[in-house]
Design a binder for this molecule. Structure first.
Ligand SMILES: *Cc1c(COP(=O)(O)O)cnc(C)c1O
Length: 470
């Protein structure tokens, strides 16, 4: 396989991609496989001699597509979306061809400079004020880890990096139980310890309030501990909870504690001004993460972190050994100093292509449709016998259940075995609920209406009473 072969095969791959997407509605959304099915089809060891690409390609077609859960399927309503708009895929193809590593400015100047401009375009698009700059990480998990490490070091006067944490003050962080598990992971990895992540109680709307946050900080300080950071939830993964962002930021600021806002999913919706009251006051945050790779169409991976003071994060994560210096160029930005990994992909190109190919109007129309269609689907599902809406739509996410946990679980299994749609579960107040999120880049009204139709058919064909189960 050489570059001339690549010319031929990449054309074939482009045709395959178009056919694959055109045929997605005929495939089951979730891979209908048992564990081990794919691995069993591969030889136990690597080949000693080169194989022809035609043989490799045949095996790909035979083994892989049927072994995938199709994230770009228009009826993927599970988890959150990981949308890959066609313009994004094209950009990734070009990045692929260059095979670059954007670790410092000099290693890929266009990647660094387009990243700076794209972060600023996105800042404007979601209505954050001037002054926020930022960087693109692989995932929100890494962005939140970077924010937690920075808040830790701010609290320690940047002594932790040199001295370690042993013998230091007990650092405390605050978040509600609605935040994503990536917050717990960041706290663990940063050496804070799970027990020092205070899960502040939420109100009836699953929101952390400023008063509850402030009381938790004050109590810890009185007990001799050091409040170091707050992580706010702007669109929780379970049911879309939002903390009272402005109130909580004001409380944290009054106590001198920095704030990171996790808007990994919902942040994309903020390109629509009518949704911005959900994170009212966000401009007071020190750090905000949102994933264009979820709802905006710039495919995985692409997670943007906005920072009010990048200096604090660079001081925490930046190292510049001699071999990473650029002679005579002290003013340039080296984005690896803003993030955990050294090597970095050229992720900004897909954002550039997506924002231009659809325009903010095109992207807003999709998100507005998703929100409206989710509400319509919720109303249809609410009329089905035995079904109860557990949480009302937050943007395009809601949840429902049957009377009993076992019946709800059984219904979800039947929905996903059916294959026309794909839904996943969560727990709400200790009880099993089925989540519905509408957000696939290519979904249309009919696809969303099929959610209620499918559930209705399945409920009619086998009443989901626990007594009817084997
Ligand atoms: C998806 C999600 C995350 C984790 O995102 P990754 O980019 O996969 O790390 C974190 N927080 C929220 C609210 C999310 O929805």
């Amino acid at each position: 396989m050489d570059h001339e072969d690549l010319r031929l095969w990449s054309k074939r791959a482009a045709d395959w991609a178009a056919d694959y997407h055109a045929g997605l509605r005929d495939r089951p959304v979730r891979a209908p496989l048992t564990p081990g099915t794919v691995a069993r089809q591969l030889p136990a060891g690597p080949p000693e001699t080169a194989e022809p690409m035609a043989a490799i390609w045949d095996d790909f077609e035979r083994i892989v597509p049927g072994g995938m859960t199709h994230w770009q399927h228009p009826r993927f309503f599970a988890y959150f979306p990981a949308n890959a708009a066609p313009a994004s895929m094209l950009a990734e193809q070009l990045v692929n061809a260059m095979g670059c590593n954007a670790l410092i400015w000099q290693t890929s100047p266009a990647a660094t400079e387009i990243e700076q401009v794209m972060v600023d375009w996105l800042r404007q698009a979601v209505g954050l004020p001037e002054g926020f700059v930022g960087t693109i990480h692989d995932t929100a998990t890494t962005a939140t880890l970077s924010a937690v490490l920075t808040m830790r070091e701010r609290a320690l006067g940047w002594q932790g990096l040199e001295e370690g944490l042993a013998g230091g003050p007990v650092l405390r962080f605050y978040a509600s139980a609605e935040t994503h598990s990536s917050v717990d992971k960041a706290i663990r990895v940063a050496g804070i310890g799970q027990r020092n992540l205070v899960k502040v109680a939420v109100d009836g709307d699953r929101a952390m309030t400023g008063a509850a946050l402030r009381a938790a900080i004050v109590a810890d300080r009185a007990a001799g501990m050091l409040p170091a950071g707050v992580i706010l939830c702007a669109g929780g993964t379970s049911v879309g909870a939002f903390d009272r962002i402005g109130e909580c930021i004001a409380a944290a600021q009054a106590e001198g504690v920095p704030v990171h806002v996790d808007a990994a999913w919902a942040g994309s919706a903020m390109i629509c001004p009518e949704f911005r009251d959900l994170w009212d006051g966000v401009e007071g945050a020190d750090s905000v993460v949102l994933n264009p790779h979820k709802w905006l169409g710039a495919q995985f991976d692409c997670s943007v972190q906005f920072l009010k003071d990048p200096g604090a994060q660079v001081r925490t994560l930046g190292l510049r050994p001699t071999y990473l210096e650029t002679a005579g160029r002290e003013e340039i930005v080296n984005f690896n100093e803003w993030t955990v990994p050294l090597g970095r992909r050229f992720r900004a190109l897909k954002l550039w292509f997506v924002l231009r190919a659809y325009g903010l109007e095109g992207l807003r129309t999709r998100i507005r449709n998703h929100v409206a269609w989710a509400a319509e689907s919720r109303d249809q599902i609410a009329t089905l016998p035995g079904v109860r809406i557990v949480t009302e739509p937050r943007l395009s996410l809601f949840s429902f259940a049957l009377d009993d946990n076992t019946a709800t679980e059984a219904l979800l299994a039947r929905i996903n075995d059916d294959g026309r749609i794909y839904l996943t579960q969560t727990k709400v107040d200790g009880r099993f609920a089925i989540r519905v999120q509408v957000g696939s880049f290519d979904c249309c009204h009919e696809d969303v209406m099929l959610i209620a139709t499918t559930i209705k058919e399945l409920l009619a064909s086998c009443p989901s009473e626990p007594s009817s189960l084997p």
